[in-house]
Design a binder for this molecule. Structure first.
Ligand SMILES: [Zn+2]
Length: 277
């Protein structure tokens, strides 16, 4: 009897030292720059952290994490247990090969007149405020669809370097489309910003939707917006129409996504663009 108990104790101890709780995390998806993955936290998790920043966990243990375009090659998930223990899971974040274009010309001076800055400040404040809105949206659990089908005319993460000086990278994915073509919600969500009356200087008629757990979408340059702040939208529901408002060279849909502070690639969230019929 004592021998069995000792053996059992050894077995438990052995398992614990070999893999300290790593097997208790269930992750689906790949850790990759600009990508997201969902998972289930070890049962009993009191608090979940990704690199020491809190991650929302639902009552069923489900969570979502994502990685910025410039995320470092490793990350660590830590689950705090009721007894004070911490279960760690280290992640290897796969690098991406971003489209970099080197331009042998100086960077165009940015339009930063006092008049522009006066207009821009409240817009940036509205965008920042919208991103802090916490909603009960559950879209983060869904398989995302494309808000607009069409040829991809601009990739997330693409960047121009002007005589050694990097310009800002492209923060979303562009879909070529004609003005007036419908835009639908890529997943369930709650409208957190709708610049319906007055277009923003750069984004034009901007629409932002929260999908819950820190995940949100921004749709830029719309010709019209069909929803208002606070509306719950369902995946596939029409939310607006393609346009060229704000700073746009022609009509297209720019779709940007963020998870907390991380800028992520909608192409990885929605998957490859389906072939048009
Ligand atoms: Zn764009």
């Amino acid at each position: 009897m004592r021998a069995i108990a000792a053996a059992l104790l050894l077995l438990i101890a052995g398992t614990a030292t070999a893999q300290p709780g790593a097997a208790d995390f269930h992750l689906s998806g790949q850790a990759i720059q600009g990508g997201a993955l969902t998972g289930t936290a070890p049962s009993g998790t009191v608090m979940l952290l990704l690199d020491d920043k809190p991650v929302s966990v639902d009552a069923d243990g489900r969570f979502l994490i994502a990685f910025d375009r410039d995320a470092p090659p490793t990350a660590r998930l830590s689950a705090r247990m009721p007894d004070g223990r911490t279960l760690d899971q280290s992640l290897t974040v796969a690098p991406r090969d971003w489209r970099i274009e080197r331009i042998n010309a100086p960077m165009r001076p940015t339009k930063s007149t006092e008049a522009f800055l006066a207009l821009r400040k409240p817009e940036l404040e509205a965008i920042a405020a919208a991103r802090t809105t916490v909603t009960d949206a559950q879209g983060w659990r869904q398989r995302f669809v494309w808000p607009r089908m069409g040829r991809i005319s601009g990739l997330f993460g693409a960047q121009r370097i002007y005589q050694g000086t990097p310009g800002a990278y492209h923060g979303g994915v562009d879909v070529a489309a004609a003005t007036g073509e419908p835009v639908v919600a890529p997943a369930d969500g709650v409208v957190i910003l709708a610049a319906s009356d007055k277009p923003f200087t750069l984004e034009g008629h901007l629409l932002m939707i929260d999908h819950g757990h820190g995940l949100n979408s921004a749709f830029l340059h719309l010709s019209r917006i069909d929803v208002k702040v606070g509306d719950h939208v369902a995946q596939g529901q029409r939310i607006g129409a393609v346009g060229a408002t704000g700073r746009a060279t022609g009509p297209h849909l720019h779709w940007g996504m963020k998870w907390n502070d991380a800028r992520i690639d909608p192409l990885l969230i929605a998957g490859p663009m389906p072939a048009e019929r």
